[in-house]
Design a protein around this ligand. Structure first.
Ligand code: F6P
Length: 342
């Protein structure tokens, strides 16, 4: 069998571990693997590379980023290119494609499946927002990086009697903010699923100061928004892929707290540091298990599915379960964290 793979959308630690896992598993069963460069774009333009089960592939397990490169393609261009994609896959003699990506990529994979192309999807994202899987690889690494950063901010905040606002990634969901905030003992966590009231945020900090504390740490997801009518915020622009552009929510919150409370406030945006670098052991193992299971599904002809972590086990789920809705932080999880705020 001849398998193809590609990595699409924002990168994430663990992508190379998946590529390695696919190549090594395929080789074990006498199959070969082709990689398309830069996501869907490379598939459309037939930019392919043969991947060999050699020392190079073996050593990429712990390497961040993706050796295949990644990119984003507008869904309209993608759909318009379906015949070209089919022709390129046929020309390369591909029996099954394993696209690795987030919800947008999996939607694209479903479109290919609906058009008769055998695919098995592998979910990835540091945001952990793909539905149907308990975790995506990359998330654990992002949380570890953010937790380390927030631990560091605690000590400098404490030394200067300051409030620190830490902005982490999370376009639509607050998983990174929730986990990194809980792990680092943040005094407040603001996530997109629960619009915040700046008055309440300030009250919580003021209460903390009344109790004798002199500093505070607030973790905010980049996609967090104030409750309607509580804080003026400019309309968000949208980029060419339909993604909203964020406008320094941490800076805005910092300014408000400084204006309302007699305290010094600083903000830090962690940004792409959360996405770069070497994956944690957990992410390497999850990525590898996804790869092995996706490759074996291809080999036995179990197409048009997505690999997912359910409890301790890797299962195959339908595309319908993985795409369409994002996995948000449930209320009870946020409530658990809230008990510890202040
Ligand atoms: O991978 C998801 C994500 O990390 C979001 O949290 C973030 O908003 C986005 O990617 C930013 O990606 P880029 O800067 O590559 O557009």
């Amino acid at each position: 069998m001849r398998i193809a793979t590609l990595t699409s959308g924002g990168d994430c630690p663990g992508l190379n571990a998946v590529i390695r896992g696919i190549v090594r598993t395929a080789a074990e069963y006498g199959s070969t693997v082709v990689g398309f460069e830069d996501g869907w774009q490379g598939l459309l333009e037939d930019r392919r590379v043969q991947l060999y089960d050699d020392d190079f592939i073996d050593r990429i397990l712990s390497r961040g980023g993706t050796i295949l490169g990644t990119g984003r393609l507008h869904p309209d261009d993608f759909k318009a290119g379906i015949e070209q994609i089919k022709a390129n896959l046929e020309d390369a003699g591909i029996d099954c494609l394993i696209p690795i990506g987030g919800e947008g990529t999996l939607k694209g994979a479903k479109f290919l499946a609906d058009n008769g192309i055998p695919v098995v999807g592998v979910p990835k994202t540091i945001d952990n927002d793909v539905n149907g899987t308990d975790y995506t690889f990359g998330f654990d690494t992002a949380v570890a990086v953010a937790t380390d950063a927030i631990d560091r901010l605690h000590t400098t905040a404490e030394s200067h009697d300051r409030v620190m606002i830490v902005e982490v990634m999370g376009r639509h969901v607050g998983w990174i903010a929730l986990h990194a905030g809980m792990a680092s003992g943040a005094h407040d966590i603001l996530i997109p699923e629960h619009p915040f009231d700046i008055e309440e945020v300030c009250k919580k900090m003021a209460r903390r100061f009344q109790l004798g504390e002199k500093y505070g740490i607030i973790v905010v997801a980049e996609g967090a928004l104030p409750k309607e009518g509580t804080l003026e915020i400019a309309d968000r622009e949208v980029d060419q892929f339909g993604h909203e552009k964020f406008q320094d929510i941490s800076g805005l919150i910092a300014k408000e707290i400084e204006n309302r409370l007699d305290t010094e406030v600083r903000s830090t945006v962690l940004g792409h540091i959360q996405r770069g670098g070497t994956p944690t052991a957990f992410d390497r193992v999850l990525a590898t298990r996804f790869a092995v299971n996706a490759t074996k599904a291809c080999l036995r002809g179990d197409f048009n599915k997505v690999v997912a972590l359910k409890g301790q086990e890797i299962e195959l789920i339908d595309f319908e379960e993985a795409v369409g809705t994002l996995k948000e932080v449930p209320d009870y999880r946020y409530a658990t964290a809230q008990n510890l705020f202040g």
